[in-house]
Write a protein that binds this ligand. Structure first.
Ligand SMILES: NC(=O)c1ccc[n+]([C@@H]2O[C@H](COP(=O)([O-])OP(=O)(O)OC[C@H]3O[C@@H](n4cnc5c(N)ncnc54)[C@H](O)[C@@H]3O)[C@@H](O)[C@H]2O)c1
Length: 301
């Protein structure tokens, strides 16, 4: 037996606010492998997430295969648009969803980890968040502000997290993020600069793999996931078309599950992947390998 054993490891997964996305599936796979799980939740979504947990609304999703329930060691507020509180505009500081949350910036979460667990408390950090305020605009119609906001939250924040959390990582630690094929090929409808953000994320993965290894002896990878109807993906507006199209045109004829990404992340996080860094790992039923659609009519069904 070749196990994925993450016992004794602590993971921080940024971008979990419900049980319907990749961050949650990754948390669950890590928990199945024995890791302890801390998550970072966007303050505007945090009250709803806490409510779901408190009222037992996602109790079924939290169930692990041994019958126990996944629990979160910490749920930290995190707005990845901000590196320090100096960057936060007054109206955000005073907003009702933010003002009781303390320091919700990347530096704030780092400080909480050190305060609560000591100077080197982490083994795995996952960036599973994205936001493009103009994602429904064609790229060509995207404003400078919208484009920069997409790249700031969806790509820059990953490198800021590597820089800030790198010194907190124990030996053998690793970082990973979530990308999408639109960073490499045109996906009409995935607008607002989000394609550029994913291209930046993948390019930064390569450069950071070198820099972060030399500084902290950690690995940096990204998973390019196929489409999945998470809350974020559903908000883009054409996820059903994407799912239908992939179903018709991927080499593997099967539904993509969030757990596919969770298990791949658990492998990447484990010592079994000790030699893998700087990589974009495709978990997309093989779609990235295709150059010709077999069923363009699927789009119009
Ligand atoms: N669902 C897909 O089809 C798909 C495909 C490929 C890649 N991805 C990527 O997977 C990652 C996770 O997305 P998902 O689809 O699982 O959806 P999701 O809704 O589960 O996750 C996105 C999370 O980002 C959080 N977020 C938004 N703005 C934030 C901010 N400023 N600071 C902190 N958190 C913020 C949201 O609250 C949410 O929890 C994203 O990077 C996404 O681009 C998704």
């Amino acid at each position: 037996m070749l196990p994925i054993d993450l016992r004794g490891k602590r993971a921080f997964i940024a971008g979990v606010a419900d049980d319907g996305g990749f961050g949650f599936a990754i948390a669950k796979a890590f928990a199945e492998a024995g890791a302890s799980i801390c998550v970072g939740t966007w303050p505007p979504a945090m009250g709803i997430f806490e409510g779901l947990l408190e009222r037992g609304k996602i109790a079924d999703s939290l169930k692990l295969s041994d019958g126990s329930s996944m629990s979160f060691e910490r749920i930290y507020p995190l707005d990845a648009a901000y590196d320090t509180m100096d960057d936060v505009p007054q109206e955000i500081r005073e907003h009702k969803r933010y003002k009781e949350r303390g320091d919700f910036t990347i530096a704030g979460v780092k400080a909480r980890f050190i305060e609560e667990f000591g100077p080197q408390p982490l083994d795995i950090v996952v960036h599973s968040l994205a936001n493009g305020p103009e994602v429904k605009h064609a790229l060509i119609d995207t404003s400078r502000k919208g484009y920069l906001a997409a790249v700031s939250v969806s790509a820059y924040s990953n490198l800021a997290m590597v820089r800030e959390f790198g010194p907190l990582m124990r030996p053998g630690g690793n970082f990973m993020s979530l990308s999408f094929l639109a960073g490499e090929r045109a996906v009409p409808g995935y607008g607002g600069g989000m394609s550029a953000a994913k291209a930046a994320l993948e390019s930064d993965t390569r450069t950071l793999s070198w820099e972060a290894s030399r500084r902290w002896n950690v690995r940096v990878n990204t998973i390019s996931a196929g489409p999945y109807a998470s809350r974020a993906a559903s908000a883009i507006g054409f996820i059903d078309t994407m799912l239908r199209y992939y179903k018709e045109n991927t080499p593997l004829v099967r539904e993509m599950e969030a757990s596919d990404v969770g298990y791949a992340a658990a492998f990447l996080a484990s010592p079994l992947a000790a030699g893998i860094t700087g990589t974009t790992l495709y978990v997309d039923n093989g779609y990235h390998a295709m150059a010709m659609a077999t069923s363009p009519a699927a789009l119009h069904q």
